[in-house]
Design a protein. Structure first.
Length: 476
């Protein structure tokens, strides 16, 4: 996730000759058209020959040149000459055209600024509060509770975001992104740059949760290491003007206390924050590798997990094994759903793995689009899960719900103990995947086919029938 656009010349091979068409190709580096010998960047002689009298193209190339910051350590979108329009699309401030590739260093630096921009929107427009981890002292949205921080700890820190009502709401939603360059507030960095914020960010989820009166906690599971305070390497302008991929400047990264791994982070936030929330009903959306954290949370068997009413996975990367407890398997099968990448229409049933949840189409064939495209169906599912939990008081459903809870929780006691009681231990061994866990997995691999949803490379054969005509077209 968050990789640069595909389609550029392969490393080590010279790019094809410059043409009018190539200059408009947003996935081809514009550096070949720039004279970088002077401080003021301008179109080089070769590009001028190709452009000729095409004034529109010349204006376009000049506008792309402006996206190379004129300073070191750019900190604003305007430093890159980009802005987000009313539709949430990243556009050139002069031409309103979409992002054009320069090089990897430029892409990464712009991506970091976009994270900052999205998180500012989360605070200013959606009323969220930033909380630094590990926790120390008090936080405004949880008055009366003080967290004891690690003595003499000066950082680094991770950051998560919470709504103002997360501790007092009746329904609490947890948002967990995947791995890679994405940070709290994003599903996919590439989509935030090349598509729009409704697909690449969690902003639509925040807006809908607010409309429904739900509280929200936004996790940040893959920020586990960071430079020590004051040791952040500079972002130099000259790095934007070099062809090819450049090695990042060596900088020593330190592990973030209590958040040394994605699974450790998920367990830490649950134990330190979710347990303080008054919400009797909690649901989660877990994208990609975030799904692994969600499953490990189920395996931890924490006593407060009885409030978790369901998990919506979006093209989740997680494994479920025959050695997993019946409690975990039954929870996945009865209270979870995974929207996987597919060319089929949204919500088309794709089947169900032996020990895992139901698979349905996310309505898009690319992994990074799944959370954004499946958004309406995900919320329908979450509302259904919340409603079922609310209807527990109904005499009609009471017996059924009680039976389901008994099935899911009958082995909860077996899951408590060393695997779920010590957050530090979870950080060190990635959520209990120690030597014993590895042996269990090895036995499972030898005896049965693992049900690993690795972006659903192999889909179950059973599909919902969608009509004879459509089936014939697929056969052709």
């Amino acid at each position: 996730m968050g990789n640069a656009p595909q389609g550029r010349p392969q490393r080590g091979r010279p790019p094809p000759p410059m043409t009018l068409l190539s200059l408009r190709n947003t996935r081809r580096s514009m550096l070949e058209a720039i004279d970088i010998t002077s401080d003021t960047l301008q179109v080089n002689k070769e590009a001028k020959k190709v452009i000729g009298k095409d004034k529109e193209l010349l204006a376009y190339v000049n506008a792309v040149i402006l996206t190379v910051p004129s300073i070191d350590n750019p900190s604003l979108l305007s430093d890159f000459h980009y802005r987000y329009n009313d539709e949430g699309v990243l556009v050139n401030s002069t031409t309103d055209t979409r992002f054009h590739w320069i090089n990897q260093s430029h892409y990464d630096a712009l991506g970091d600024i976009i994270v900052k921009h999205i998180q500012e929107l989360m605070v200013k427009e959606h009323g969220l509060e930033q909380v630094l981890l590990p926790l120390s002292g008090t936080i405004p949205s949880l008055p009366g509770v003080s967290f004891e921080g690690k003595k003499n700890y000066e950082g680094p820190y991770s950051n998560i975001f919470v709504s103002s009502n997360w501790a007092t709401c009746s329904k609490l939603l947890l948002l967990v992104q995947g791995s890679g360059a994405v940070r709290a507030g994003q599903w996919a960095r590439a989509c935030c740059i090349n598509e729009d914020l409704s697909i690449g960010s969690i902003l639509p989820y925040l807006a809908q949760a607010k409309n429904l009166g739900w509280g929200v906690i936004v996790f940040n599971p893959n920020l586990n290491k960071a430079p020590a305070p004051g040791q952040t390497p500079p972002v130099l302008r000259e790095s934007f003007l070099k062809q090819g991929k450049h090695a990042a400047r060596a900088v020593k990264l330190q592990s973030i206390s209590k958040n040394k791994s994605p699974v450790g982070h998920v367990l830490y936030v649950w134990k330190m924050l979710v347990t303080h929330a008054k919400a009797p009903q909690v649901a989660a959306v877990c994208h990609s590798a975030g799904g692994h954290g969600g499953v490990c949370l189920l395996r931890a068997g924490l006593p407060t997990l009885n409030r978790l009413v369901g998990i919506a996975f979006t093209d989740s990367v997680h494994g479920v094994y025959s050695t997993d407890s019946k409690r975990v398997i039954r929870f996945l099968r009865k209270r979870c759903r995974n929207w996987v990448r597919s060319t089929d229409e949204l919500d088309t049933v794709m089947g169900q793995a032996s020990y895992d949840c139901q698979l349905v189409s996310a309505g898009h064939h690319l992994h990074e689009y799944t959370s954004g495209v499946a958004f309406p169906s995900v919320f329908t599912f979450l509302q259904e899960r919340f409603k079922l939990a609310k209807d527990e008081s109904s005499p009609r459903l009471e017996a059924k719900v009680r039976e389901e809870k008994a099935d899911i929780g009958q082995e909860e006691g077996e899951e408590e103990g060393a695997e779920g009681d010590d957050v530090e231990d979870e950080e060190e061994d990635e959520g209990g995947n120690g030597e014993e866990d590895q042996k269990k997995k090895k036995r499972a691999e030898e005896n049965e086919n693992m049900n690993m949803n690795m972006s659903q490379k192999k889909r179950p054969k059973e599909k919902k029938k969608v009509g004879k005509e459509k089936e014939k077209e697929k056969e052709k």
